[in-house]
Design a protein around this ligand. Structure first.
Ligand code: DON
Length: 304
């Protein structure tokens, strides 16, 4: 068994001394204020151990990481019918690109690019009685933590600058792939992205995807097959046009967000979360990717 804590500490030391820490996202103005020095890592193993370094208990904006939890909730609610409205192919394009959506008649390539996540938000809006409240309660339940909140300033900041997401939602609507009003779907989507969580909360929230669909309290959230499918989608689509690079360097299913977080997991073994807000050119956390590459190399743990 590797000494996980000392491996995390060695990676932390290397990360805080790195010269190139990437660039903090500024297209959502409220995110531009994040401290670029923030760095944390948290590992939760399926046998119940937890390990953390740096700012692993400091909340940050989960942004696109929320797309995996929204997809999980939608799958639990409506099952396979999701795939009539969203495909499961990697896009090979940035998260907010719209050209393929037009060419492919309003069917998003996958549920982790923005247009696909907007369709999933539409499904949640149609199937939850109190969508924002119920979705937050779902996240609190799977994390076993009642303190998780939406950040209204971040949601509002994205609402007033989210022109491309309005374009995506309108395009989906024009192809009859959105059942609710554009404003209502985007209000839900901006809120899900604004949720703030720590690295340790995220490792706990994603536990069920490493544990055959069963959350920390051992309650089934998804079937084993559904959990396997979500992991496959994370591996092929979780990093947009850098999904190949993440599989090549890290070798785990995972998901990034422009708030600087990455969650990755090895089925039946562990969930690992990093946060470092500086992004690389493809919009994924620069140091988070390096740290995870180091982790799977040093521990010799990956799906390959
Ligand atoms: O829709 C957006 O642009 C953001 N709320 C989320 C983007 C994001 O996190 C992309 N992933 N790395």
């Amino acid at each position: 068994m590797p000494n996980f804590q000392s491996i995390l500490e060695a990676i932390h030391q290397e990360a805080i001394h790195a010269k190139d820490k990437g660039v903090v996202a500024s297209y959502i103005p409220e995110l531009a204020h994040i401290n670029p020095e923030h760095f944390g890592m948290h590992l939760k193993t399926l046998d119940g151990q937890s390990y953390g370094v740096g700012d692993y208990n400091v909340p940050f904006s989960i942004q696109s990481i929320s797309k995996v939890l929204a997809l999980s909730k939608a799958m639990a609610l409506v099952g396979e019918s999701i795939w009539e409205r969203v495909d499961v192919e990697p896009s090979g394009h940035p998260f907010n690109q719209l050209a393929l959506l037009e060419i492919e008649n309003g069917i998003p390539r996958n549920p982790l690019i923005n247009s696909g996540a907007i369709v999933i938000a539409d499904i949640l809006l149609s199937n939850l009685e109190h969508p924002k409240e119920d979705f937050l309660n779902y996240i609190k339940a799977i994390t076993n933590d009642d303190t998780i909140r939406y950040n209204e300033s971040v949601a509002f900041s994205e609402k007033v600058t989210g022109f491309k997401n309005y374009a995506a939602a309108n395009l989906l609507k024009s192809f009859n792939n959105l059942n609710n009003r554009v404003d209502d779907v985007l209000d839900f989507y901006f809120h899900q992205c604004s949720i703030e969580m720590t690295c340790s909360q995220l490792s706990e929230a994603f536990f069920f995807l490493a544990n055959k669909g069963n959350c920390l309290k051992n309650i089934a959230q998804l079937s084993e097959t559904q959990a396997k499918r979500i992991n496959a989608i994370m591996l092929t689509c979780g990093f947009y046009d850098e999904a190949g690079e993440f599989a090549f360097e890290v070798g785990l299913p995972g998901k990034s967000g422009v708030g600087g977080g990455i969650v990755a997991l090895l089925p039946d073994q562990f969930v690992i979360t990093t946060c470092s807000p500086g992004l690389n050119k493809k919009g994924n956390s620069q140091l988070g990717m390096l740290a995870l590459e180091q982790f799977t190399t040093k521990t010799k743990r990956s799906i390959f």
